[in-house]
Design a binder for this molecule. Structure first.
Ligand SMILES: [Zn+2]
Length: 135
C-alpha cells in the first residue's frame, strides 16, 4: 500500500566496495566476479574475510606509496643515465681519435704520433672501463 515510500531508501543505498581477495582490486558490492582478475568476490562476512580485506587495503596503500616513491626517485636515475651517456661519448670520442691518430702514425711511421695516439686510446678505454665497472 505504501510502496513508494520504500524506493527512496533504495536510491540512497550507497554501493559498498568489495575488495577482491585474490588481487586486491576494489569492486562494487553488486559484482560477483572481480573486474580485474575474474575471481569470485562473493564470500561470507566473517572475521577471517574482514582480516583479509584489511590486509589487502593495507597492501594496496603500500603499493601506492611505493609507486609514489619510485616516481620521486625517477629524475635522479635519469640524471645518472645522462652522466653515463656523457662518459660513454667522451670515451668513444677519445678512443676513435686515438685510433685515427694511430692509423695515421702507422702510415707515416712516426713514433711520437703513435705515442700520442696510444695515450688517447688508453684514456678512452679507461673512461669506457670505468663506465662498465660502475654499473
Ligand atoms: Zn581480483
Amino acid at each position: 500500500m505504501d510502496k513508494p515510500k520504500k524506493e527512496p531508501a533504495l536510491l540512497h543505498h550507497k554501493p559498498e566496495i568489495r575488495l577482491c581477495l585474490n588481487c586486491g582490486f576494489p569492486n562494487r558490492d553488486s559484482d560477483k566476479n572481480c573486474m580485474y582478475c575474474r575471481t569470485s568476490v562473493v564470500d561470507d562476512a566473517g572475521l577471517i574475510s574482514w582480516m583479509r580485506q584489511t590486509y589487502y587495503i593495507l597492501r594496496w596503500r603500500w603499493q601506492l606509496k611505493q609507486r609514489r616513491e619510485k616516481a620521486c626517485t625517477a629524475p635522479k636515475g635519469h640524471l645518472s643515465f645522462l652522466n653515463l651517456l656523457g662518459f660513454f661519448i667522451v670515451g668513444a670520442i677519445l678512443s676513435s681519435v686515438g685510433l685515427y691518430w694511430f692509423s695515421g702514425a702507422v702510415a707515416e711511421n712516426s713514433f711520437s704520433s703513435g705515442l700520442i695516439a696510444i695515450l688517447f686510446l688508453s684514456y678512452g678505454i679507461i673512461t669506457l672501463r670505468s663506465l662498465f665497472i660502475k654499473k
